[in-house]
Design a protein around this ligand. Structure first.
Ligand SMILES: Nc1ncnc2c1ncn2[C@@H]1O[C@H](COP(=O)(O)OP(=O)(O)OP(=O)(O)O)[C@@H](O)[C@H]1O
Length: 223
């Protein structure tokens, strides 16, 4: 469903990605692991169209997306992708509900529909009663669940998660990843999780290991 072929990303003379081939099936959940500087974030950003690769092709559902202009790529990110980052990246001035509704509102949905969908997802993620709190009034784990709700309300094809548990304790991190995977199952969304956490990676159905911008082993059956 999402595939990259021969991806090369350079920063000056540094090759952050050195010819990566990767295929992600619809609804698949996978971890991207590797040492610091191995190219994990670069791969995530290239696949998501945040960064442009110098070489290679990316297709989504059979359509090339690597050659789109910036406007089309940003539309694509908004409609087909969702993002969860280490620190949530919620809008501090907005309530949890408004944060979750934001991608729908940006996508042109009427306010009432967007707010109703946001309320529903917040409830599914165990945040009933906290809809009107601002991010500063939530725990780290709660804020990450708001970020998950925000990433999924528009039913994207893929969620990209970069160290989503990095700022959380082990228990909360596990619960957060479970919440993310359970949510994605509801919508049939694929999830790509970049993580340093080997235990977390081992708990996922598939792991892709990067080293020096190349894929080491793929796929590795973990269960
Ligand atoms: N904006 C940039 N400018 C120059 N070099 C960069 C930039 N971003 C990344 N790099 C380099 O590209 C390589 C891959 O970086 P990347 O962030 O993709 O690795 P990573 O595996 O995600 O690392 P970490 O686990 O430390 O976050 C590294 O050598 C890094 O120094």
């Amino acid at each position: 469903m999402l595939s990259g072929r021969g991806l090369v990303k350079r920063y000056g003379s540094q090759r952050a990605l050195d010819g990566v081939d990767i295929d992600i099936a619809a609804g698949e959940v996978l971890a991207i692991v590797g040492p610091s500087g191995s190219g994990k974030t670069s791969l995530l950003h290239v696949l998501a169209g945040i960064l442009r690769a110098e070489e290679g092709e990316i297709s989504l559902a059979g359509q090339r997306i690597d050659q789109l202009g910036e406007t089309r790529r940003s539309e694509l990110r908004r409609s087909e992708f969702g993002f969860v980052f280490q620190s949530g990246m919620l809008v501090a001035e907005l309530t949890a509900r408004e944060n979750v509704a934001l991608p729908l509102l940006l996508g042109g949905r009427p306010k009432e529909t967007a707010m109703a969908a946001a309320t529903e997802w917040l409830e599914r993620l165990g945040l009933r009663g906290k809809e009107d709190r601002r991010p500063g009034e939530l725990s780290g784990g709660e804020a990450q669940r708001v970020a998950i709700a925000r990433a999924i309300t528009h039913r994207p094809k893929v969620i990209f998660a970069d160290e989503p548990t990095g700022a959380l304790d082990t228990r909360t991190g596990k619960d957060t990843v479970s919440a993310l995977i359970d949510s994605a199952r509801v919508t049939g969304t694929a999830v790509i999780i970049v993580t340093h956490d080997r235990e977390l990676a081992a708990s996922l159905p598939r792991t892709v290991s990067l080293r020096d911008g190349r894929i080491e082993a793929q796929p590795v059956a973990a269960r």
